[in-house]
Ligand binder design. Structure first.
Ligand code: NAP
Length: 306
């Protein structure tokens, strides 16, 4: 598996991360097969969140990986906190610390490689986050920190108080949800897709060496469904299928190769629980689409160019 540097962490991590949000949909034996196969394929970076399956996803994963000290050393574990379902968002010191203790217990580990703050909290007090991060870092419970779904100003506001450099920002990005790319191509135009919804987060992350982790790489809308083999996207699928045939790979591989072709060196987070599809995603690290192919896919998704 190809590796990339995760922000300024100094960590060399797999170019594809395995998201575990849907692992609670698997039977125990299937979860074990899936996790073990991922590790065999070199997909050893696993993405979690305290809220996935109300904590059951982390528990199922720990069981499936059969966590021991020697296995722990071979894998990277990332989790997230800050969403409190039914309540709201909470970046308070108390919530961050309590949440991480719960995560470590469920994952059966002493430390996280990376902790992300899941979604912006309007009532964030950066000094409080800094206190929590200091405690987690000095106790060895968390080695690196990042955010998710945050814009440049929100990151800068946090970073002003933090001792630790934020290394990752997990954001929704797929061929069918590429607003952070389209607004950069349509600067100052009247088209709706020119609206800068994220404060130029793509350029900000590149400027600051923050790794973007695209989530839902195969979905359109907000969990609208998968765009591959979907009759709502005839032109896009025709283009992807054409390139899949050219390269002798599946349409899944081409859709993933499109994200990996972006020079920002992103680390997409897969969601599939299907071993063959995960292998197809990993295969994409061996393919480099040409600029012409990348733009042809972008246009086939219904995007426009000036
Ligand atoms: N930070 C955030 O706010 C946030 C939000 C959402 C998700 N995430 C993270 O991102 C990860 C991925 O999200 P996601 O699950 O929505 O992503 P996804 O990879 O876009 O979607 C995966 C789903 O699509 C299905 N699928 C159908 N055809 C597929 C194909 N050809 N290729 C790939 N998948 C196909 C998969 O089913 P099969 O299992 O049958 O293949 C699975 O149910 C999550 O696990 C989580 O770690 C983060």
């Amino acid at each position: 598996m190809k590796t990339i540097q995760l922000g300024k962490s100094g960590l060399q991590v797999p170019a594809i991360a395995v998201g575990c949000m849907r692992i609670n949909g698997l039977e125990t034996a299937d979860a074990e097969r899936f996790v073990q196969s991922a590790i065999e394929e070199g997909a050893v970076f696993f993405d979690h969140a305290d809220i996935y399956g109300k904590g059951t996803c982390e528990e199922i994963f720990a069981k499936a990986v059969n966590m021991t000290a020697s296995i722990r050393e071979k894998i990277f574990l990332q989790s997230k906190c800050g969403i409190r379902p039914g309540i709201a968002f909470d970046f308070s010191k108390e919530h961050i610390l309590t949440s991480v203790d719960g995560i470590l217990k469920r994952l059966k580990t002493d430390y996280l490689d990376v902790l992300l703050l899941h979604r912006p909290d309007a009532l964030v007090e950066p000094e409080e986050v800094a206190e929590a991060f200091d405690i987690l870092h000095s106790s060895g419970k968390v080695r690196h920190f990042g955010v998710s779904n945050q814009n440049p100003m929100q990151i800068q506001l946090l970073q002003k108080s933090l001792k630790q450099t934020l290394v990752a920002n997990q954001l929704q990005l797929s061929i069918a949800h590429a607003t952070m790319i389209s607004q950069g191509l349509l600067v100052n135009m009247l088209d709706d897709n020119a609206v800068n919804r994220d404060g130029s987060i793509l350029d900000f992350c590149r400027l600051n060496d923050i790794t973007i982790q695209p989530w839902s790489p195969f979905q359109y809308g907000f969990f609208g469904g998968v765009f591959l083999d979907n009759e709502k996207f005839p032109k896009l699928n025709a283009k992807i299928d054409e390139l899949a045939e050219k390269y002798g790979v599946s349409n899944t591989t081409i859709a993933m190769a499109w994200l990996l072709r972006h020079p920002a060196n992103m680390q997409p987070v897969t969601g599939t629980m299907n071993i063959q599809r995960l292998k197809d995603c990993i295969k994409a690290t061996e393919i480099r689409l040409s600029k012409e192919e990348w733009y042809a896919i972008y246009l086939a998704a219904g995007n426009i160019l000036p």
